[in-house]
Design a binder for this molecule. Sequence first.
Ligand code: G1P
Length: 296
Amino acid sequence: MQKIRTAVFPVAGLGTRFLPATKASPKEMLPVVDKPLIQYAVEEALDAGIEQMIFITSSSKRAIEDHFDRNTELENELRSRGKFEMLDMIRHLVPDGVSCIYIRQPEALGLGHAVLCAQPAVGNEPFAVILADDLIDGGEQSCLGQMVDVYAKHEAGVLAVEKVERAETSKYGIVSPKPMYERVSGLTGIVEKPAPDKAPSELAVVGRYILNPDIFEHLQTIPKGAGGEIQLTDAIAEQIKHDSTVLAYEFNGKRFDCGSKLGYLKATTEFALQHPNLREAFHSYLEALCKGKFCK
Ligand code: G1P
């Protein structure tokens, strides 16, 4: 089996839903408690054994490169103040031996186009795609780690899916599943953002993919799809038509849609409640708050 060595992080999007917060800083740098969303995504990739991180960026995303780069001024300052734990933390956001590659997406032509921009760096091997907007708390094993295990069994593409309300299907890629065993289904089709009455199921793709490299051939040839963009979903549909096996995996864990304000607030609350230094004080605060004037 080919190891999944590479993860692609499409981070070129504008993040208009969080304006004005995202006017001058990338939405992927929004913090949940004390870490930016993109760092959670990178940590998930590291947990799954990824060694090469490819960020598909745009001109307004310099802060992401800076975040994973050395900051010698800050390092010197922390050293001179004796803050060695903090120094070690900021120096090893990405461990030694793991490489970060940044590729500019020249135009906002959609998720499929962003993934196609990664082709020269990915080469002819299977790879992962992580959308940092979808923050997933996998519990004992990260969502991508679980998916790598499924890939190891089948060597087929693996998409993370979860059940959504039928009214919500028009926000997601929706799969036509053929159940195989617990949590795993074969895909007979997939469609991007169908209206509720047209959706083939209520199983929605969330922002984690393991893809075989034949995806690139299809990304090169498919026409623009939903929203006038090159859709990754449409290229996956082509893979299925061309007999490439793709599986849907109902992951273990909880997803937070941090592309929406409500999802972001839920993530912040639940991660704060798990944070060793905050848990107790934040819990007491929430309890008091709920008994007070904000309680209906
Ligand atoms: C993208 C994909 C969609 C997927 C979703 C998951 O949509 O195109 O198929 O279900 O991510 O978050 P976006 O949220 O970028 O519109």
